[in-house]
Design a protein around this ligand. Sequence first.
Ligand SMILES: *Cc1c(COP(=O)(O)O)cnc(C)c1O
Ligand SMILES: [Zn+2]
Length: 404
Amino acid sequence: MSRSLSCYRCGDRYDDDTRVRCACGEPLWIDARPTASSWDDRPDRGGMWRYEALLPIDRPEGVAGAAGGTPLVRTPGLDDATGGRAFVKDEGENPTGAYKDRGSAVAVPHAIAAGDDVVGTVSYGNMAISTAAHAASLDRECVVFVPADISGVRLELIAQYEPTIVRVSGEYGKLYGDALALSERHPISVLVSDAPARISGYKTAVFEIYDALAPETPDVIALPASSGGFASGVWLGIRDLESAGLLAERPRVCLVQTAAADPLTRAFEAGATEPTPMSPDETGETIAHSIGNPDPPSGARALAAVRDTGGAVVSVTDDEIRAAQRRFAVDGGFCVEPASAATLAGVSRLAERGEVAADDSVVLVPTGTGFKEMGTGEAAVETEAVHRTDLSDRLESLLGSRRP
Ligand SMILES: *Cc1c(COP(=O)(O)O)cnc(C)c1O
Ligand SMILES: [Zn+2]
């Protein structure tokens, strides 16, 4: 089913649903116009395709059917750190371990339906892995543009799906604009971070949170932000719920950035509606490699999402991210990647500022699994060695004191 695209800022509409940006410069998204009845009639099936009526394509075959449907887990162990009642929307449980699958599940088949035989993307992380997996599942060719100095581990994760991997030299940050131009000139859809069909897929995360918490509605939804694509999807989901008459109050969208590259935090604090791109010498290194876009293409829209919902944008340091990652594991049992752990660090900051009430439901969205990242660093793990015949004695001393 074909839908029109619209611009959140100037309201202009377009019928060409392969277009990515409005004439005013801002990114577009696909309208769904939900009603209360489109909500009630949704099919009782797993994953994000429960919300098929609000998506621009019908459920495709293959791995896309496994996207979404991630659990929302009440996690009291993280209440202290969030200042409210903590819930974890574990997006690491998607087929390739990140929320990106929600977007690829819609955008890859959408591009194929629009007549492009080949899809592509500009990424050396989760978006590359996810796009390649969805293209493979539909037996389509995929071209992935990675930076020349990509690490071996990342290359291996992407290469397992056998896309064509092109190492690009020159300024990698400029590839967003190049990708749009290449898609116009060649029979390929290079699905950038905020391709409109991706945003449609991302909004289903909000629908699932709404359904899982009902009849309560979430007070805070916290997620990491880089290009602003996921934040846009979350906002679109909130707007759809509102149009359907289902939301009395909008959840506050809280975005977390790495202090190494935080143009959105800077703009938020300055009261600006658009981020100012950060130059290479202002941009630092971070362990949170999935975030840190110095020139976010959906930055202004992400800021609008935050302001429209009464949320906030905060930045956190790598040390805070490491501590939060540990906390996710030790106090919650979750293995999340550093970019995702930033979410908890950011909410802790808001709680310290008194911006979270004790009875607020706080939905943390760890966007990606930590399992992909294990084995790539120096783990400082203390263990002991014990001979098997001495295990009983060892347990005696370990557990003895706990016996009643
Ligand atoms: C892509 C990604 C992000 C950032 O999302 P944007 O849509 O670029 O803002 C955050 N966390 C993880 C794990 C990601 O893969
Ligand atoms: Zn516009």
